[in-house]
Design a protein around this ligand. Sequence first.
Ligand code: SF4
Length: 677
Amino acid sequence: MKFVKTACPMDCYDSCSIVAEVDSNETLVRIEGNDRHPITEGRLCGKGYKLLDRYRSDRRILWPMKKVDGKWQRITWEEVLKEIANEVQLAIRTYGPLSIMHTYDYGSSGILKLATDRFFRMLGGFTDVTGSLCWAAGITAQEYDFGQAQSNDPEDIAQHAKHIVVWGRNVSVTNMHMVKYIRQAKKRGATLVVINPLKTDLDASADLIIRPKPGTDGILALAVCNELISNGRYDQSFVNQYTVGFDKFKDHVAAYDVTRAMDLCGITKNEVAYLTNIYADGPTSTLLGIGMQRYRNGGNTIRAIDALGAISGNIGMAGGGVNYAQREVADMVDWDHLTQRDKTVPVREFSRVTQAREILDADPPIDVLFISRTNLVAQVPNASLTRQALQKVRVKILLESFMTQTADEVDYILPATTFFEEEDVMLISMWSSYLAYANQVVPPSGEARPDWMIFRDLARELQLGDELEISPEQLIKEIFEPLHKKGGSIATCKSEGFIRLPIHSVAYHNKVFATSSGKIELYSERAKQDGHSPMAEPDFLQFENDRNFPYKLLTVHPRKQENSQFPLDQDPLQYPIVEIAPQLAKKHGVSELDKIWVETEVGRLRCEVKVVNEMRADVVKIEQGFTFGMLNVNLLTETISSDFGRGSAQYDMNCRLVNEKEKQGMNDKEKVGDAIK
Ligand code: SF4
């Protein structure tokens, strides 16, 4: 029996270190959390434990596959590499290298997955994807304000925060190891405020729950700024020393009075007063979620909350912070060396949000498409449009482990290894200052190969060069040179399974900010140059209800799996669950377990009703990540971009509910759901 240290590859705040137990036959028999890890303390979530089932699943794809006359056939690696190489050469001869596209996302956090960029640069150019379905608007917002998104350590928050505001984050679902730190702070006497239009697991322990209308969080933040300033309760000394643009900001927020906030956000005067008191009485730590920046005003929303943290003096302070991400973790890596993106070749960039439309309109066209680390059809807004885009591309190659909805649309599937079968480092820069190492636990199953090896072999077939002729161990050593220079050791990370990175426990502890002024920029010239308001201006959305589609549809992260994962244990006959408030259920004449149609301008889905008492009555919630036949939640969402960073505004969807009894003349296809446009 041996024990190998590996790490969870999921795109999750916590980045758990895992100990895998392997028997004398080299069979992986059990996994547990690494109990030496100070933050995760040996506990994995349910999704983590299920990774073993995924590795062992008899539904895994273990051989290269080719679709012939609509049916999948097994093919050898030798044949498949030759055929794909021929297709790549034909595309380049016909349309040039920009007709080769690589689309990928963060279905795995393994940093070596990005080494595949080297292959596309060796081709002499390609079409790449940028932006994010996840957090880009908020990251860009914090770059405008602070120069870089940084967070106080969870231990610091537990020990020093007097008040904690969990704003738009359902911590126990997406960041479960944060819960113990919030409990520790509460035990010490800290106040907990939860701001969320939906019910969250922390509600039961909150001192105050505020449920603003979706998309109005920034207006609420600016109203609190207004209260702090007009009542002389902001931190004048901090503002004078560490911010720029306060005078203009002061005039700007004068328009955001409490009455306006009550009207637009659907909140009370007392709630604004409560927030004003706790921000004036720091240290107050704000934990931001990702959902609230998935709107067209998402970046401006985060800027408004940043400004609140700044003028109340809660930045660079133990127990404070406007904690959205921990990008200092990314400073430990030489990204140019990893991806060779400093090698200048023509690169056309499509947004991850609008890539389907861009593929449909592309000139030169996308002729060969490589897809890795993403279940594109399930993850990208407007699933029907994504399918149309895929159908337009002549040759599609997918690196996958399961027959996902995307697999259904491609021509070749190349079997990808799971993280148990490859060596990598899981780099997560969302929360804590820890790095986790994934040692290879077992040999690859069947003929599965790691992504870097697949592209190395294709580069050999195309005789492109030797940029991928390097072992994972050597490449990891080379790309973590910045970590070594800061005194950290990747060798220790490998042997222990994790290391604490050389990062201060308090974000911006020396009050030096990587902005052009070196201060917090309440007024940002950089934002202005990028075509945005120089100050947080989150109220450009139309908040009036659309009479045809009167509710906001929030398609939140699932509790049981990642959105990119193909669900193994889902009942294929289980309808998607829609959560609605009792008032809505009554209005539409439905009860728990009844079926109801959720319709947007883009598509409709027949869902099973779950009545939830503690949520707003103008909001409809469906979790991402389910598959129902060939349907998924993005059948209902549109490819709308957020204001900053080419992010997704997929929460900016209006919907309506239609009781199925009211719905006449359904055809068979409509019985589960379909696209409208
Ligand atoms: S999904 Fe997150 S909490 Fe769960 S095991 Fe993975 S890293 Fe840990």
